[in-house]
Design a protein around this ligand. Structure first.
Ligand code: HEM
Length: 459
């Protein structure tokens, strides 16, 4: 709690603003508001969860002289992301991500601008997308197996997040283009991501945040790689090929080559970091729960013993339960930001345009009023109707967000994650050096498990 002088100064300067929010609970602000809560050592998602426990579904905090709301109430969250969504946008995300992504990105589109058109055109939600997706289990399984075997053969202890990030990138490359990219494409991808991350995490105005050395050249090369592949495919199409690029060329004739190529390139930014974080969380938890791991290994071996089809993956119910439980207990994306486009009435107060709303799933995914043993990794909760009780995108389970703007590739992510978990578990024992909670960093808007030293040994 700030000292008396600090509290008094805040009230002296900003008391009238504060009175407008008197009906909402929240921590007492000092002269810098409550910004100290977010600038100290505590992770922002843990701050949001603590507010949820201490103040309930809506908390008013002061970022300097500006109010912000932290939402932990499923009904209010539903309003912001669904029924009243046109009143809110994603704030400055567009400017932060612009140098790394391209104007084609739906992620940074404005709801009141061209978001709806972009969403409708997105390759992940076309009538043919489920057929493309069903065809990805086999090639992704093959490339994941290759990566796991290389990790086993190296005999080295590795940092799990970067190791699985590369595995994820390669699997996405196969789903997107039919084959792995050269290493240099991955390196360019990471450099561009670092540029975006610096802008996302900076407290300074963006004009003071410089991009990493070589950024422009890396950007040129990264997007050109996909354009050249697409050009080659257009000149010599591969009939019956099942990668996303081939499907788009066949099924989306009205779009130009740059549009098509960039949509494939952007899938890496959409999902590599979040998918990899989910995998790390799953294997870290599994080591703590040998019973759950043993059951997974048995089911994974059965899956690996036959043709890698989506039907057979769907039969692997424990693999799905492990995936869902990892998404519940360690969601990769824990805070989503929205800001009202103009002054709005919300939660009983008037929110000025531009007010930051922080929506977090950290508290609701572990709310003891909703979940039994909420802090425990128990995949069994997802069997026997668990997913019907708490569907993806519902009040207490929204790892992919909620409402019409929910992750456009959630289905792809689920197929990738299940294929990866089954394939890794079938081939390797993933031994993490410590089952103590890992340090959670933050990169590209996603939680980053830090320094999870791990050894892969053959099963
Ligand atoms: C475990 C994996 C993933 C997680 C946890 C995740 C999470 C999320 C979340 C929480 C949102 C909503 C953000 C908001 O409302 O502000 C979102 C949106 C989005 N995600 Fe994912 N995602 C994952 C995988 C992917 C993948 C694999 C892709 C692409 C291939 C992808 C592409 C997108 C895009 C384009 C959007 C924006 C949708 C829109 O604005 O309409 N995500 N994701």
């Amino acid at each position: 709690m700030p000292n008396l002088l600090s509290r008094g100064l805040f009230n002296l300067f900003f008391g009238s603003r504060r009175r407008a929010f008197a009906s909402l609970p929240g921590p007492v602000p000092g002269i810098l508001g409550n910004a100290g809560d977010f600038l100290g050592g505590e992770k922002p998602w843990n701050v949001c969860a603590r507010y949820g426990r201490e103040y309930g579904g809506v908390t008013v905090v002061w970022l300097g002289p500006k109010p912000a709301l932290v939402l932990n109430d499923p009904t209010l969250i539903e309003q912001v992301v669904d029924s009243r969504r046109m009143e809110f946008e994603k704030g400055s995300l567009h400017e932060q991500l612009k140098p790394t992504t391209t104007e084609h990105s739906i992620f940074i589109a404005n709801l009141n601008g061209d978001w709806a058109t972009k969403r409708q055109q997105d390759p992940f939600v076309q009538p043919w997308s489920p057929r493309w997706l069903a065809a990805q289990v086999a090639p992704m399984q093959a490339v994941i197996a290759e990566s796991v075997d290389a990790l086993i053969a190296s005999g080295k202890t590795v940092d799990l997040a970067p190791a699985l990030r590369r595995l994820t990138f390669d699997a996405f490359a196969v789903a997107g283009t039919g084959e792995k990219t050269p290493d240099s494409v991955y390196e360019d991808f990471m450099l561009l991501a670092k540029g975006a991350d610096a802008r996302l995490q900076s407290n300074l105005p963006l004009r003071f945040v410089s991009l990493p050395k070589g950024f422009e050249a890396a950007r040129e090369r990264f997007y050109r790689y996909f354009e050249e592949r697409l050009g080659a495919l257009r000149r010599s199409p591969k009939p019956g090929a099942n990668d996303l690029m081939s499907w788009m060329l066949r099924e989306m004739p009205g779009f130009d080559d740059q549009w098509l190529a960039r949509h494939v390139a952007l899938m890496f930014y959409g999902g590599v970091f979040s998918s990899c974080t989910t995998l790390v969380g799953a294997f870290h938890q599994l080591q703590k729960h040998p019973g759950a791991e043993a059951r997974l290994v048995t089911e994974a071996a059965t899956f690996a013993g036959g043709p890698p089809t989506l039907e057979r993956l769907n039969d692997a119910r424990w693999v799905e339960a492990v995936t869902l439980e990892a998404l519940r207990i360690l969601p990769a994306v824990r805070i989503f930001i929205r800001t009202p486009v103009k002054d709005v009435q919300f939660a009983g107060v008037t929110l000025p345009a531009g007010t930051t709303l922080m929506i977090s799933n950290q508290h609701l995914h572990r709310d003891p009023a909703h979940w039994s043993n909420p802090d425990s990794f128990e995949p069994t909760r997802w069997l026997d109707g668990g997913l019907a009780r708490d569907p993806i995108g519902s009040g207490h389970f929204f790892p992919f967000g909620r409402g019409p703007r929910m992750c456009v590739a959630a289905n792809f992510a689920m197929v990738f994650l299940r294929t990866a978990i089954a394939t890794i578990a079938a081939r390797a024992r993933v031994q993490v050096a410590s089952t103590e909670p890992f340090e959670e960093g933050f990169f590209f808007g996603v939680v980053l498990p830090t320094n999870v030293q791990t050894k892969f040994t053959a099963r």
